[in-house]
Design a protein around this ligand. Structure first.
Ligand SMILES: Cc1cc2nc3c(=O)[nH]c(=O)nc-3n(C[C@H](O)[C@H](O)[C@H](O)COP(=O)(O)OP(=O)(O)OC[C@H]3O[C@@H](n4cnc5c(N)ncnc54)[C@H](O)[C@@H]3O)c2cc1C
Ligand code: SF4
Ligand code: SF4
Length: 616
């Protein structure tokens, strides 16, 4: 059915209200406003005209700016100082300046503070912030400057012209039932047609993936690899971690063969952010960051700090960790990419806010120059790539480009290599890497005895206060989705999950930080029956290069097992083995990245759905 859509023409469109795009839009408006004032006062000469009727528009899938803002977060203030030299006087919400930081190595029962903090983790002079609050503040500054922000509007499709020039973005439809039929309140998405579109979707963006498919922006680069982090805000009975105090942990509960670590960042109001980052490039089919976060809190040294505490907010999100070697083409005809979507996170320092902001400002300068010259051609837009190459983003990312590959065999050997590289600049050879989902090994290779899998959760006692199960934590993320809509988590082949259970024990049922995926209690029996009647087997090839074999549209139910009816909301296929409770999804994107068969595709749900972070 052809749906009639409104078209709206704008000058510049920003997709995603993260720190990258918010800085871009604010810097652009500041440049335009200064230009217009100078023209009005007759201070500019030559072929100069005012740019006072510009439509600078930003869309954001969250219900408000900052609602999907999730990070650590220790802010390197280098970019915000450039954007707004009097940022603190202008009321930027910070939790505290870092004056005290430490790295602590944990074994199962002991803690050893490293005598010196390794330079990449030295955070003196940085600031602990909540990204959710920081983005809200930046959003207000943008609106004051004249940016038109539309929260609750996800971009669902990139619009191209006949020459493959990006000409804008389609926003999502509202008011479809789970089968894809139009409800009475149906509102079609709008086609936002822009002279230039700036993509700042963060990690694993839905539209950024489409850009790769259509324009091949990742060609010649490493595929992007990811980590994922979960974090709880814990309210303590008294201030035991000072606002701005930073503690990083290494070791327990992660094994020395895996990569990642914990953090505790002191916040105002006797609060502390307690988080854990795990590597999605690892081989373990049983990764579960939420489980390991609970174990971290139960460690005697951490437990003493958190005693009597109560979790008040929770969330999770992926991080694009591929760095310089995975950086896509960030400028093309009609568009630019900033921040995590452009692989600008410094994995060694676990910092990407300042690089995203700087990239945004460079994108703004490219746009401003083009608008003044009345030239937004591909060659003008491509100067953004050069600006990034000449900036501290390039310098910082190039230096640490082999950080992740040095850790390929785990933290134990990796940290020596990394230290050596850092001190003497001897980088291991640039390495091509495989996609994260292809790295997962079969369960029998990692856990020869099934009882080892149960032991992974040993020692966790949920108490409803400091130790919360996934569903209680999901509630504390403030997540809401309209229930009567098609599931935004699209399962390509329902039968594949039976094979996956046999070989990998369905990793999505563990790595999802809010338990969206569940298998029925009699899963072993059902898998037995299904595999007996199906022609697919353990040798079924896994897809590569983000080429999803088939992504069903809403209402597409023709390939499931035919002898039953859909039983659970969110199921797409009749008698689907895997239960999908999409309403809990916090948009972390891990399932889109780490399903061993790329069998799940994350798509933007109806606008405004998802978490409602206020402190993360
Ligand atoms: C656990 C964790 C800890 C971290 N710690 C730190 C730290 O201490 N210091 C640091 O500097 N960095 C840290 N980072 C990284 C940092 O958060 C990111 O590098 C930074 O947020 C990237 O900014 P961005 O603007 O590129 O994207 P994001 O912050 O991801 O923002 C993207 C925005 O776009 C919206 N969006 C996405 N797709 C669409 C769409 N299709 N339509 C409309 N809107 C869309 C999203 O809802 C979101 O609001 C951490 C990250 C994590 C996950
Ligand atoms: S969705 Fe992916 S990870 Fe989950 S059971 Fe199916 S194939 Fe396995
Ligand atoms: S369903 Fe996928 S994107 Fe949503 S929270 Fe779970 S793993 Fe993350």
């Amino acid at each position: 059915m052809e749906i009639e859509r409104e078209q709206m023409e704008v000058d510049v469109l920003f997709v995603g209200a993260g720190p990258g795009n918010l800085s871009a839009a604010l810097h652009l408006m500041n440049l335009l406003n200064a230009h217009n004032q100078a023209v009005e006062k007759g201070l500019k000469h030559g072929d100069i005209f005012p740019l006072d009727e510009m439509m600078i528009v930003m869309i954001e899938k969250g219900s408000e700016v900052g609602a999907h803002g999730f990070s650590g977060a220790v802010l390197d203030p280098v970019a915000v100082k450039e954007l707004m030299p009097d940022w603190l006087e202008q009321g930027c919400p910070v939790e505290g300046e870092v004056e005290d930081d430490a790295v602590v190595f944990l074994t199962a029962n002991r803690a050893m503070k490293l005598p010196i903090t390794p330079p990449p983790l030295d955070n003196h002079g940085m600031y602990v912030i909540s990204l959710a609050r920081f983005c809200r503040w930046l959003g207000e500054k943008c609106e004051e400057a004249g940016v038109q922000i539309f929260p609750g509007f996800p971009g669902v499709k990139v619009l191209f012209d006949e020459d493959q020039r990006v000409i804008g973005v389609r926003t999502g439809d509202k008011g479809m039932d789970p089968d894809g039929n139009l409800k009475e309140n149906f509102e079609p998405g709008i086609d936002l047609v822009a002279k230039v579109t700036v993509f700042g979707e963060g990690p694993r963006g839905h539209l950024t993936t489409e850009l790769e498919r259509e324009l091949g922006i990742q060609k010649g680069k490493n595929p992007q690899t990811y980590e994922m982090g979960v974090k709880e805000i814990v309210e303590l009975p008294e201030a035991r971690v000072a606002p701005g105090q930073v503690i990083h942990t290494m070791g327990y509960p992660l094994s020395l063969q895996s990569v990642g670590g914990g953090f505790l960042y002191g916040m105002t109001g006797n609060r502390v952010a307690v988080g854990l980052v795990v590597d999605l490039h690892g081989q373990d089919p049983c990764i579960d960051a939420h489980r390991d976060l609970q174990k971290l809190k139960a460690h005697p040294w951490v437990a003493e700090l958190l005693e009597g505490g109560k979790v008040v907010q929770y969330g999770g999100k992926a991080l694009a960790a591929g760095g310089f070697l995975a950086m896509p083409r960030i400028a093309f005809d009609g568009g630019m990419i900033v921040g995590d979507a452009a692989s600008m996170l410094d994995g060694m320092r676990l910092k990407g806010i300042h690089t995203a902001m700087k990239a945004g400002m460079l994108a703004a300068e490219t746009l401003f120059e083009g608008l003044v010259k009345n030239d937004l051609s591909a060659s003008q837009i491509e100067t953004y790539q050069t600006r990034v190459r000449r900036s501290y983003i390039h310098e910082e990312l190039y230096k640490v480009r082999n950080f992740h590959s040095a850790l390929d065999n785990g933290m134990a050997t990796g940290m020596f290599k990394v230290g050596f590289q850092y001190l003497f600049g001897l980088m291991n050879k640039d390495k091509t890497v495989s996609e994260d989902h292809l790295r997962t090994v079969e369960i029998s290779k990692m856990y020869p005895d099934d009882s080892h899998i149960d032991q992974l959760s040993d020692g966790i006692k949920y108490d409803g206060e400091l130790f919360l199960d996934k569903l209680t934590d999901a509630y504390l993320s403030g997540t809401l989705h309209e229930e009567k809509q098609p599931s935004h988590l699209r399962l390509s082949n329902p039968d594949q999950c039976a094979v996956c259970w046999r070989l990998y024990r369905a990793p999505c049922t563990r790595f999802c930080p809010v338990e969206v995926y569940q298998m029925p209690e009699d899963v072993d029996e059902q898998v037995e029956k299904r595999l007996a009647g199906l022609s697919i087997g353990p040798d079924t090839p896994r897809h590569g290069n983000l080429s999803k074999a088939f992504v069903p549209a809403p209402g597409e139910h023709d390939r499931g097992v035919k002898d039953g009816a859909p039983s659970v909301p969110g199921q797409q296929w009749p008698n689907q083995l895997l239960h999908i409770n999409f309403t809990n999804c916090v948009h972390c994107k891990t399932c889109d990245i780490k399903c061993p068969y790329l069998n799940l595709t994350w798509t933007p749900p109806e606008g405004g759905g998802g978490p409602n972070y206020t402190m993360t």
